[in-house]
Design a protein around this ligand. Structure first.
Ligand SMILES: [Zn+2]
Length: 411
C-alpha cells in the first residue's frame, strides 16, 4: 500500500484541481460575491433587452437589461447601455449616476475608461451642463486622441457657444483622420466656420481680419455662398463697386440655386452703374439655365414692375406660380401687380385658374438631416446643428384629390 500513497495523493490533487477549475469556470468572484456564469448565459434578459431596444421599446429594454445587469454585476457594457437608455428617456440624473458609478471601478482599461467618459459627456450635454460635458469629451480625447464621437460632440458644443476658433481647430483634427477623397465635407464646414470667424471679427471692428477670413472661406470651398455677400459689401463700402459686383456674380456662377441671395445687391449695383438691363439679363440667363427657377422670375418681375412694366411682370409671376404654387411671396407680388393694373377681370380669372390647386405654405425650407422646418434659409440647423442641410421644400399640387373632390360635389 505504502508505495501507492504518493500516486494516490497526486491523483486526489489532480481531481481537486479539476473540480476547482470547473467551479472557477462556472463561478466567478466579483466584489466579494460568487457569480454563477452558467445561470447568466442561460438567462434570457440580455437578449430580450436587446430585442426591445431594437424595437424602440425603451421601458421594456431597461427592465430586461436591469435584470441582466443584476445577474452579471461585472458587466460594463450592460451598465453603459442602461445609462444611455436613461438618458434617452430624459432621466439625465440617473444616467449620470449610472455612468459615474462605472468610473469608480478598479482595473478599467484605457479604452473602457474613454467609453464611459464619452457616455458621461453625452449625459452632461443632454442635461445642459456645458462645461462638464466639455471636460468629459476633452478627457476622452486625452485617452483616445482619434475618438471621432468625442471630437464631433466637442465641436458642436463650441459652435453652440459661438467659440468658432475652437470648433475650427477640432474640425481640422477630424479632417486629418480622413482620406483625401473624403475631404469635401470637411472643407465645406471649415469654410462656414471661417465665415463665422469673419463675422465675429467684423462685430469686434477687426475689419482687415474679417476680410481675410471671408476670402479664406471662399478659397477653401468656393461653393459656400455667405462669404461672397459680406466680402462684396465690404468692397462696396470701400468704394469698389465693380469689385463687389464681380464677387456677387461669382456667387451666382458657383451656386446658381442660391443666386437669389445676391439679387437685391446686384440689382441696386447695376442701377447705380447706370446699366439696369444687366439685371434683366442675369435673371433671364438663370431662367434659361434652370426653367424651374421661380426666384429669378420673381426678382425679374419685381424689377420690371418697378420700371413701369406690370404686364410683363405679371406674365413672369404666373410662370413662377406654375413652378412653385406654394410660395406666398409670389402671390403677394401678383396681388400688388394686379392692383397696379386696376384688377382687369381677364387677368384676375387667369390668376384664380393658376392658383386653384395651390396649397399655401409658409415655411418652405426643410433640413434634410432632421426635417426641421424654417421660414428662412439657415446655414446651420438649430435642431440637429448640421451645416448646409437646408433645401427648399415643395409639394406638388394635389390634383387627383381635387378631381375626386369635384366628382363627389358634382351630381
Ligand atoms: Zn437639422
Amino acid at each position: 500500500m505504502q508505495p501507492y500513497l504518493p500516486l494516490l495523493a497526486a491523483l486526489v490533487a489532480l481531481l481537486v484541481g479539476l473540480a476547482a477549475g470547473k467551479a472557477w469556470e462556472r463561478y466567478k468572484l466579483h466584489e466579494g460575491r460568487w457569480i454563477d456564469r452558467r445561470r447568466l448565459r442561460e438567462s434570457p434578459h440580455y437578449l430580450l433587452g436587446l430585442n426591445f431596444l431594437v424595437a424602440g421599446q425603451l421601458d421594456a429594454a431597461i427592465d430586461e437589461l436591469g435584470q441582466a445587469a443584476r445577474l452579471d454585476p461585472a458587466s460594463l457594457e450592460i451598465r453603459l447601455i442602461l445609462g444611455n437608455l436613461y438618458r434617452e428617456k430624459g432621466q439625465v440624473g440617473r444616467a449620470i449616476q449610472e455612468h459615474q458609478g462605472l468610473l469608480q471601478r478598479p482595473r478599467l482599461t484605457k479604452l473602457e475608461h474613454a467609453n464611459v467618459l464619452l457616455c458621461l459627456g453625452l449625459d452632461f450635454r443632454r442635461g445642459g451642463f456645458v462645461d462638464r460635458a466639455m471636460d468629459a469629451f476633452s478627457e476622452v480625447l486625452r485617452l483616445d486622441p482619434k475618438n471621432r464621437y468625442a471630437l464631433v460632440h466637442l465641436e458642436k458644443l463650441h459652435e453652440e457657444q459661438h467659440q468658432w476658433l475652437e470648433a475650427y481647430a477640432i474640425r481640422q483634427r477630424l479632417a486629418e483622420l480622413d482620406a483625401p477623397r473624403e475631404q469635401a465635407t470637411h472643407q465645406t464646414i471649415l469654410a462656414f466656420l471661417e465665415h463665422e470667424l469673419g463675422r465675429a471679427a467684423q462685430a469686434e471692428g477687426r475689419d482687415a481680419d474679417a476680410l481675410r477670413r471671408f476670402q479664406a472661406a471662399i478659397d477653401r470651398a468656393p461653393e459656400v455662398p455667405p462669404p461672397y455677400l459680406l466680402l462684396g459689401d465690404a468692397r462696396r463700402a470701400a468704394g469698389d463697386l465693380a469689385g463687389a459686383v464681380a464677387l456677387w456674380e461669382q456667387l451666382v456662377q458657383v451656386a446658381p440655386d442660391r443666386a437669389h441671395l445676391a439679387f437685391s445687391r446686384l440689382e441696386a449695383a447695376y442701377v447705380q452703374e447706370g446699366s439696369p438691363q444687366r439685371f434683366s439679363e442675369l435673371c433671364r440667363r438663370l431662367i434659361s439655365a434652370n426653367p424651374q427657377d421661380w426666384r429669378a422670375r420673381l426678382a425679374l418681375a419685381r424689377h420690371l414692375a418697378g420700371r413701369g412694366e406690370p404686364a410683363a411682370a405679371l406674365d413672369l409671376l404666373f410662370e413662377a406660380l406654375v413652378n412653385n404654387p406654394h410660395a406666398l411671396v409670389i402671390h403677394q407680388a401678383v396681388w400688388t401687380t394686379l392692383s397696379q393694373l386696376g384688377l382687369p377681370p381677364a387677368l384676375v380669372a387667369r390668376y384664380i385658374d393658376v392658383t386653384q390647386d395651390a396649397v399655401f405654405y409658409l415655411d418652405p425650407h426643410v433640413c434634410l438631416k432632421c426635417r426641421y422646418r424654417s421660414t428662412e434659409l439657415l446655414w446651420q440647423c438649430p435642431h440637429c446643428h448640421e451645416w448646409n442641410t437646408f433645401v427648399e421644400e415643395r409639394i406638388a399640387p394635389a390634383r387627383e384629390e381635387e378631381e375626386d373632390g369635384s366628382e363627389i360635389l358634382a351630381p
